[in-house]
Design a protein around this ligand. Structure first.
Ligand code: SF4
Length: 306
């Protein structure tokens, strides 16, 4: 009989994608997903640290599972995601009933950590940051389960260091996946019935800028738009300072690109934007929005982004 796992996911789309990987990895070692911790042999929280006091909330949340562990000491409890990355092994010291901790670069090590607890009752953590090459080799295909829409990660991490944000510290520096690999993943998803993809990254607009041989984000969008059988294309999330004219023009050029953009303003005050280290002014932001609204020259399509 299959062993059962229960998984709760908090936070952004990056964690949603990581949780999809977690499901695949656990199924690979004989676990099936269930909808309640009481039915599970393994309970995992995939955590987010963006909100204030996030760690405290995770510790509070884990407390819900303690009575189950008291009744069934063989229950395995684990924490992944950004709080796990931030807190590391400390979590094992603080919570006696926690068995494993895995960070944002170590989702692939989850089966090994689970088997270690199962076979040797040995608690473990994996929170080291990986180098660029290793990270680029760790973008496995995920199963498609009757999905018509899918997130496709095109980059990880962030180099912007906005003064209020923890992401560069818990997700690492920005790394872009090779475009050929992204195209091939989307072609394969389309063959399996997916009709809409959302290209995902902390700041997709800066896709490829660290690699002179790589496509720009606008060029990548054009190549994805040309994939036969794909109906809709979206992306998230964008940084206003990297929103180029070439990218804005894509909304006028590409039929599959939906009239939808997430462009965080953060503040209307230039003083606050500077303190936030955002790299643009309120006037820059408004100019880009005006350009986006005016951006589709084709008859009947003006105002797609109003
Ligand atoms: S660009 Fe976004 S993810 Fe990167 S540091 Fe700023 S707020 Fe955080």
């Amino acid at each position: 009989m299959n062993k059962a796992f229960y998984l709760e996911t908090f936070g952004c789309q990056m964690n949603v994608v990581d949780s999809e990987r977690i499901v695949d990895l656990l199924e690979g070692i004989g676990y099936a997903q269930v909808d309640a911790a009481e039915k599970a042999d393994l309970v995992l929280l995939n955590t987010c640290s963006v909100r204030d006091k996030a760690e405290r909330k995770v510790y509070g949340h884990l407390g819900r599972f303690k009575p189950i562990k008291d009744q069934r000491p063989e229950l395995i409890i684990g924490v992944g995601g950004c709080v796990a990355q931030q807190e590391g092994e400390k979590m094992l010291e603080k919570i006696s009933y926690l068995d494993l901790v895995f960070g944002t670069h170590n989702v692939h090590r989850l089966p090994e950590l689970v088997l270690q607890v199962e076979e040797k009752r040995q608690r473990g953590s994996a929170t080291e940051f990986l180098d660029r090459e290793t990270r680029l080799n760790l973008f496995p295909q995920r199963s498609v389960r009757d999905n018509v829409t899918r997130f496709v990660t095109i980059m990880q991490g962030c180099d912007n260091f906005c003064s209020y944000c923890i992401v560069p510290h818990v997700r690492g520096r920005e790394v872009s996946r090779p475009s050929a690999e992204i195209i091939s993943e989307i072609e394969s998803l389309v063959q399996q019935g997916v009709r809409e993809v959302t290209l995902l990254g902390q700041n997709v607009n800066s896709y490829g800028i660290k690699d002179e041989n790589e496509l720009s984000f606008a060029e990548l969008l054009r190549q994805v738009d040309a994939i036969q059988g794909l109906h809709r294309l979206r992306f998230a999330t964008s940084h206003p300072k990297d929103m180029t004219d070439e990218l804005i023009d894509c909304f006028g050029e590409l039929d599959k690109l939906c009239a939808h953009i997430h462009l965080p303003v953060q503040s209307g005050s230039d003083r606050i934007l500077e303190i936030m280290n955002r790299g643009y002014s309120s006037a820059d932001y408004l100019r880009k929005v005006a350009r986006l609204k005016a951006g589709d020259p084709r008859p009947g399509r003006a105002g797609r982004l109003c």
